[in-house]
Design a protein around this ligand. Structure first.
Ligand code: GLC
Length: 716
């Protein structure tokens, strides 16, 4: 491989080397020719003289995003829509996520794409980040482990993954120029840690540097980040690409260790101030500003990877991936990611239950987020169809009322679905409280139960707001909940709320008005079917929160989001440092609505026989989990460490590893053994990792606040 790369590079002219580093421009946008695979996000230049083919890069974390139809053929190119990343993390199931990666890898390969621009593993620093749906968690261990499983799955199919956005890109506001100020410790223990885990465990073929600056220097131009940390500390052997049109200096990007510049022709999208990157780099080489051996190093980093791609192997892709098989994997992952937040003797419900379904997202079901993380599936099973498919008796009159209402409202100026630039849809939230008292009374009388869907959309390019209708329910959503619950409760009938959302919303102020809450997230194309099977008990929910649901937005630690100055931020300082998510709420005793790692089941589990032993530098932890309820189910056991108070402040506890059981029948026991490395107990202080002596408490829990077993580890 090395010789082959050296040989190719030795034959390349300087012009060919530079063209190899810079994309052809956004394929099919501006005056650029469309790619052979219409809809890909980027493409490299081919060098026909040396039989170097062009290579295609496409999004995204919830499935391959390419155009589903092409002018020239009547063929279709639908790809499976999987659950959003936050829902994949909610499964806490590495095997399931690896299968999702394999399925997306299969579709990436069979549609002629070489690199999938996923997974994205920025941290849920603030609930309002518009792209949190594309990210996994507030915790770096859960993020890194889930990302590693995803990358292994994708790359097992012979195509590359690209982990993004490296690093500290936790907001959309001002993302292309904002300077993110983060301490070394918060970087190493939180923001870099997730990437470190995936780089060391899954060896991604590529990394995408982030738009933002990190402590004053663009990530794509940051030598410390891309060479010192990524390559020298972690041993990364792939190549680094920019985010699209990121940074402001291609020469600095090459010098910093950012090998590939995507999509190329930045002057097309940013006409003022950006030039043609190829010309700029050629000029810098000619003037000696950029040494040719740096050029060669970048070409080599890229070539070593691209030589493995299907395009370089002339793979005859079929355009016929196994969509039917992959739909089942999408369904399975969604079933494992649903989180049961509340269940006062309601769920599961019997098949002959007559259900009155409220909320427009029963029909306008949200399958995922918008922007580059969107998908183009063959179909989406909406909630109402999924409930019917599961065998539930839906009030058809009420469904028709919603169908007519939606049709009418979407024709109005105010509520029509708009297309943002780049073709991304903006879906205005419809008023929910339009039914009359008589209507609600009538449906309460003629049905056994109410189901009410609350939905939210979010996407790339903009952050959410701490306002009603976004983080908080709108007045009309509250009114609907009040009116439906009072009418149904007055007749002794229960009310279930389903959250079809992509990120955290406020729940504490209204959860006592209703009897059950199912966090369905945005579960991809099988969303409705997943919900139906959960409600009737065909599937027992086993998801756990990958991110805290605070009682109120004002409880969050990242109070300066999205930065200063407020209306057009130029800097964001991560002042909360390492105290992100439960690390903050637990340490500073702020009660959340639902804690990190929380999720109910239709059954209950007992934890027994914790045994901890240390061998050389590793700690062996074994315990048993027994299903002591009457329903088969899966449990997610979480292992936290509470460090002793030492020289530096520490969070109350930190997740170190986790294990999801197989499906346990009632009475069945699973013996579990997990291992920790002593190095997992270190903290970053000053400029290095330190392992403090003292007594560490090991806590095994069903959530971060439901600790079932404890033990002690003495380090002296
Ligand atoms: C976007 C996103 C990145 C995506 C790329 C190509 O701006 O930040 O996640 O992969 O451009 O669409």
């Amino acid at each position: 491989m090395e010789e082959k790369c050296e040989d190719i590079i030795s034959k390349m002219t300087v012009e060919e080397k530079v063209s190899f580093l810079v994309g052809i421009g956004m394929p099919g946008i501006f005056d650029n020719p469309p790619s052979k695979v219409d809809g890909v996000a980027g493409e490299t230049h081919s060098i026909d003289r040396l039989k170097i083919p062009s290579v295609r890069l496409a999004d995204g974390p919830a499935g391959l995003r390419i155009k589903p139809k092409r002018e020239e053929t009547g063929e279709t190119y639908y790809a499976t829509a999987f659950p959003i990343a936050s829902m994949l993390a909610s499964t806490w199931n590495k095997e399931v996520v690896e299968r999702v990666g394999m399925a997306i890898g299969n579709e990436t390969r069979e549609y002629g794409v070489d690199i999938l621009l996923a997974p994205a593993l920025n941290i849920h620093r603030n609930p309002l980040c518009g792209r949190n749906f594309e990210y996994y968690s507030e915790d770096p261990v859960l993020s890194g482990e889930i990302a590693a499983a995803f990358v292994k799955g994708v790359q097992s199919q012979g195509v590359g993954a690209c982990v993004k956005h490296f690093v500290a890109n936790e907001q959309e506001t001002g993302r292309m120029q904002i300077d993110t100020l983060v301490s070394q410790r918060a970087l190493r223990e939180i923001y870099l840690k997730a990437f470190e885990i995936v780089v060391r465990k899954a060896k991604p073929w590529s990394v995408m540097s982030a738009y933002n600056k990190l402590n004053g220097v663009y990530c794509s131009q940051n030598y410390w980040l891309l060479t010192e940390v990524l390559r020298k500390d972690w041993g990364f052997e792939g190549f680094v690409m920019t985010d699209w049109y990121a940074g402001d200096n291609p020469i600095e990007q090459i010098k910093a260790g950012n090998d590939m510049i995507m999509p190329g022709k930045a002057y097309q999208a940013i006409p003022f101030g950006r030039k043609d990157e190829v010309e700029e780099i050629l000029k810098a080489v000619a003037s000696g500003e950029l040494k040719e051996q740096l050029l060669d190093q970048a070409v080599k980093n890229i070539l070593r990877v691209l030589i493995k791609t299907p395009s370089f192997k002339n793979y005859a892709y079929s355009n016929k991936p196994n969509l039917t098989e992959n739909a089942k994997i999408s369904y399975e992952a969604g079933c494992e990611g649903v989180i049961l937040l509340k269940n006062d003797m309601v769920l599961p419900i019997s098949l002959d239950t007559k259900l009155a379904v409220f909320g427009t997202s029963q029909l306008e079901t949200i399958k995922g987020g918008t922007g580059s993380g969107d998908t183009n599936p063959r179909y989406v099973i909406n909630i109402i169809d999924g409930l019917k498919e599961a065998g539930l008796r839906i009030d058809e009159k009420l469904r028709v009322i919603y169908e007519n209402y939606i049709e009418k409202m979407r024709q109005t100026e105010e509520y029509k679905i708009q297309q943002l630039p780049w073709g991304w849809p903006l879906i205005p939230l419809l008023p929910q409280d339009f039914l009359s008292d008589e209507d609600i009374e009538r449906f309460a009388s003629s049905n056994d139960m109410a189901l009410l869907v609350i939905s939210r959309t979010s996407g790339e390019g903009y952050d959410r707001k701490p306002e009603k209708g976004d983080f908080y329910l709108s007045d009309d959503e509250i009114n609907l909940i009040n009116r439906v619950s009072s009418r149904f409760h007055s007749q002794g009938k229960k009310v279930i709320v389903v959250l079809n959302i992509g990120g955290v919303i406020e729940i504490a102020s209204w959860r006592d008005k209703i009897d059950a809450i199912v966090l369905l997230w945005q579960a991809g194309q099988e969303t409705g079917k997943i919900l139906g099977d959960i409600l009737v008990g065909k599937v027992n929910p086993s998801g756990k929160l990958p991110t805290t649901f605070p009682k109120d937005y004002n409880d969050i630690p990242s109070k300066n989001f999205p930065g200063e100055p407020v209306n057009d931020p130029l800097t964001i300082s991560y002042d909360e440092d390492i105290y992100v998510g439960y690390r903050y709420y637990d340490t500073f005793r702020v009660e959340p609505a639902y804690e990190f790692g929380y999720g109910l089941s239709y059954t209950t589990f007992r934890y027994d026989n914790l045994n901890v032993s240390s061998l050389n530098n590793s700690i062996k932890i074994s315990f048993e989990i027994k299903n002591v309820g009457s329903f088969a189910g899966k449990e997610v056991a979480q292992v936290y460490i509470k460090a002793p108070l030492g020289k530096i402040g520490k969070p109350l506890q930190e997740l170190k590893t986790f294990h999801k059981t197989k499906l346990l029948k009632p009475g069945e026991v699973e013996k579990i053994e997990v291992r920790l490395d002593l190095s997992d107990l270190r903290s970053f202080s000053g400029s290095d990792w330190i392992l403090e002596k003292g007594e560490y408490e090991l806590r095994v829990g069903s959530s971060s606040r439901d600790i079932r077993l404890r033990s002690r580890i003495l380090l002296n």
